[in-house]
Design a protein around this ligand. Structure first.
Ligand SMILES: NC(=O)c1ccc[n+]([C@@H]2O[C@H](COP(=O)([O-])OP(=O)(O)OC[C@H]3O[C@@H](n4cnc5c(N)ncnc54)[C@H](OP(=O)(O)O)[C@@H]3O)[C@@H](O)[C@H]2O)c1
Length: 305
């Protein structure tokens, strides 16, 4: 298949591109971070420029599109709500409108944090209640995609992994700090279900192959606090978990609101796939194997000039 991945320099998009390129023809669209790789075709384009989406689709002629490009930094969204709307709502709408007129299939990546996290245990049936610019614009993006292309898959995700910059994910935050013996905070009252970005590739491909459409939670079948995540990562990498100070997010000084309980149920997808989604230990084992194989450094080299 010909797969177009937008946001291919980002945490999710880059790992998806590298995982899928062995069996498919992959085109990775990037904006500012031009990748040096022959593993897949890299196309530099600012998707907000007039006509950029049409040109990209015309050039790549994809069967499947995985739309990862976004403004995914919460504080950046609060600082520039217009850009957040353009990237998280308007761009997915434009893309979905064009895809709907072609024979291609679209998987639009959304976020677990469309929920305010006051309750937890959310299914796809629950009404979202976004708090803040990032989550509001992402939810509006979901609605715009569904309206423009009802066959699209909307995947609400939470993820961790190795990234181009080496500091994009929570796993890297804990790994980088603990590796140099620096103490960090671990939030005890923020719950999530993170899935390894690399494992998401297989799942997304299966969703396309099974011709799914509509809304799915694509998260780990296990929920835990961010503090627990840090401790489990430290144990897997033989790092000192006592450097992680269990802390309430309220005392953290972080600017943008964080939903406290993002325990999302993935039963709908598990039923469709006929298998439960990976637990954290599976993802941490693979994260560690990738580390031993020099994968983080390999990613870093893709970005160096
Ligand atoms: N990271 C998480 O924990 C998390 C959690 C839940 C949901 N999500 C969702 O997962 C998706 C991927 O997130 P991520 O963490 O991989 O994001 P990321 O690392 O911040 O990457 C964002 C990507 O978007 C691209 N981009 C930004 N502006 C663009 C523009 N004008 N034109 C073209 N491309 C542009 C960036 O390109 P350049 O870098 O080349 O400029 C980059 O490749 C997003 O939809 C996000 O909302 C992420």
């Amino acid at each position: 298949m010909r797969i177009l991945i937008t946001g291919a320099s980002g945490l999710l998009g880059l790992n998806l591109a590298l995982e899928t390129t062995h069996r498919h023809t992959v085109f990775g669209a990037v904006n500012q971070n031009v990748l040096k790789t022959n593993a897949f075709t890299v196309i530099q384009t600012n998707l907000l420029a007039p006509g950029a989406v049409e040109r990209l689709l015309e050039r790549t002629q994809p069967d499947w599109i995985i739309h990862c490009a976004a403004l995914a930094n919460l504080d950046a969204c609060e600082a520039d709500p217009l850009l957040a709307k353009q990237l998280n709502t308007d761009l997915p709408h434009t893309l979905a409108s064009h895809v709907a007129r072609s024979g291609a299939r679209l998987l639009h990546v959304s976020t677990d944090s469309v929920f305010d996290g006051l309750r937890g245990n959310y299914t796809e049936e629950d009404i979202p209640s976004p708090v803040g610019v990032y989550t509001r614009t992402k939810l509006e993006g979901e609605l715009a995609v569904t309206q423009a292309d009802p066959r699209a898959i909307i995947a609400r995700v939470n993820l961790f992994g190795w990234s181009l910059t080496g500091n994009r994910s929570l796993a890297e935050f804990f790994f980088n700090n603990l590796s140099i013996g620096r103490p960090v905070m671990g939030f005890t009252d923020v719950i999530f279900c993170p899935l390894l970005a690399n494992d998401m590739a297989d799942i997304f491909i299966k969703m396309f192959e099974m011709n799914l459409s509509g809304l799915y939670h694509v998260v780990s079948s296990e929920f835990l606090s961010k503090n627990e995540f840090g401790v489990r990562l430290a144990q897997r990498f033989n790092l000192d978990s006592s450097l992680i100070n269990p802390t309430s997010v309220v005392q953290s000084g972080l600017k943008a609101f964080r939903s406290p309980n993002l325990n999302l149920r993935s039963d709908k997808l598990a039923k469709a796939l006929g298998e439960t989604l990976p637990r954290l230990s599976t993802g941490l084992d693979k994260l560690y194997t990738l580390y031993q194989q020099g994968y983080p450094q390999m990613l870093r080299n893709l970005g160096s000039s």
